[in-house]
Design a protein around this ligand. Structure first.
Ligand code: TYD
Ligand code: MG
Length: 424
């Protein structure tokens, strides 16, 4: 069939021959185990990547026999990250179907991964790769990338659904059997999916997305799925001329002393259990058009529309006659619902032309009825802000045991308090 009867797309069907002799042997000796039964190995010893934040992201290191998928856009730094992992000192087998030995050597020299423990193989044949792994028995295997691996036994071209399924299946089996962890890299397609319609995601143990800030040097690894730890956690890196460097949680990606002024305020965004400090900049100016324009960088436009509507309705600010530009600095896009209050203060500050001092942060949710409500994880956010030496914080409500002195916290409950809070 040329067309899929399900989705109507053309040339998306692939032939897959199922085994004609299903094995249906009944093994009567098999018994289920009690869940309380003690595991054979009480504690699995995880491998440390020697990168503190990355180990934390995985839940305490790399679990032997686990298969990790590292997915990201081309050029984000997946291959560079594999070399950073190779610096852990374990015997690593780096299999690349994309780059030759000299290319990888070049990069390894730059990032300090020219180590005798790192073995390199330029190969795309699945059967050969499996044989080399069995023979070499490394501590850690990198496959860069899963889309280049080709099996003579599977159908389709390299990177096709059945090729990826076959290769992933074989790697999973080998990882479990030899108790060796694998890191597979995968490209993301233009539509934002891991090529090979996400079929890898359910099979592997850990799915990591490698993301980058537009135009910025920062890189983020986010755990989307993790059978051995929490998801939603992120690790932050900076791409330098000598490879990827980890950014510890006490270092901010925005310059606090440069924050403040008209329309600028800081916001602590929760990324898993980590607090990332963002700067929100707003510019509200009278429009030259019939309808005001709304332009956002690193933020959803619907969010800007919503906060503008709230300011217009409850504070009589004629924002429909204004252009609104919002820029979010600090790496990741503004997603946290607690950003409402900071966004509202930034817009009000620009509209009223009331500057906000440097090192001032805000967080809290704003309801459609114009109430300011407490944000989730108030205590964690305050703790992080204190560590960043933020002078003053606007909040929707005060945490029971706030680490801040009372005079540094300003609780806002209704929108009417905002002009006074901004000093007008
Ligand atoms: P790469 O790891 O090749 O990306 P991927 O494997 O995800 O396609 O990384 C690519 C980018 O990183 C490349 O544009 C150059 C840059 N880079 C640095 O800035 N510094 C470095 O030390 C290295 C090795 C790469
Ligand atoms: Mg690469």
């Amino acid at each position: 069939m040329g067309q899929c009867p399900g989705c109507g797309k053309w040339n998306t069907l692939e032939e897959r021959i199922l085994s004609s002799t299903p094995s249906r042997k009944i093994r009567s000796s098999i018994k289920p185990a009690s869940i309380t039964e003690k595991e054979k190995s009480d504690s699995i010893t995880r491998l440390s990547s020697k990168m503190k934040e990355f180990d934390k992201l995985l839940g305490g290191g790399i679990v032997p026999g686990s298969v990790i998928l590292l997915a990201g856009d081309p050029g984000v730094g997946k291959s560079t990250f594999l070399l950073a992992l190779a610096k852990s000192g374990y015997r690593c087998l780096y299999v690349s179907g994309e780059e030759s030995l000299s290319q990888v050597q070049d990069r390894a020299k730059r990032v300090g991964a020219m180590l005798p423990t790192v073995l390199f193989l330029h190969e795309t044949s699945l059967e050969t790769i499996l044989a080399v792994i069995e023979k070499e028995k490394p501590d850690l295997v990198f496959i860069d990338s899963i889309q280049t691996v080709y099996s003579g036994e599977a159908r389709g071209f390299a990177g096709s659904v059945s090729q990826i399924r076959d290769a992933a299946g074989m790697f999973l089996e080998l990882a479990k059997r030899m108790n060796i962890p694998f890191v597979l890299t995968g490209h993301i397609t233009k539509e934002g999916q891991i090529a090979g319609p996400r079929l890898l995601e359910h099979a592997v143990d850990v799915v990591l997305y490698f993301e980058h800030e537009k135009k910025g040097p920062y890189r983020f690894i986010r755990a989307i799925k993790n059978r051995f730890g929490a998801t939603g956690e992120i690790a932050v890196f900076q791409m330098t001329s000598s490879g990827l460097q980890e950014i510890p949680p006490n270092k901010t990606l925005v310059n606090i002393t440069e924050s403040g002024g008209i329309g600028s305020i800081l916001f602590p965004q929760m990324e898993g259990s980590r607090v990332l400090l963002h700067e929100i900049q707003a510019l509200v100016t009278p429009t030259g058009f019939a309808n005001g324009r709304r332009v956002g960088e690193n933020i959803d436009l619907s969010r800007i529309h919503l906060i503008a509507a709230i300011l217009e309705k409850y504070m009589s600010m004629r924002l429909s006659e204004c252009d609104i530009f919002i820029r979010v600095r600090g790496g990741t896009p503004l997603k946290d619902p607690a950003a409402d209050l900071a966004l509202l203060l930034a817009m009000a500050s620009s509209f009223l032309e009331k500057p906000i001092p440097a090192a001032v942060a805000a967080f809290g949710e704003v309801s459609l009825s114009g109430d300011i409500r407490p944000a989730s994880e108030t205590k964690e956010r305050l703790k992080a802000l204190l560590a960043y030496k933020i002078q003053k914080v606007f909040v929707g409500s005060k945490a029971e045991a706030s680490p801040y002195p009372d005079q540094a916290i300003r609780v806002l409950q209704t929108l009417n308090e905002i002009p006074a809070a901004l000093g007008s």
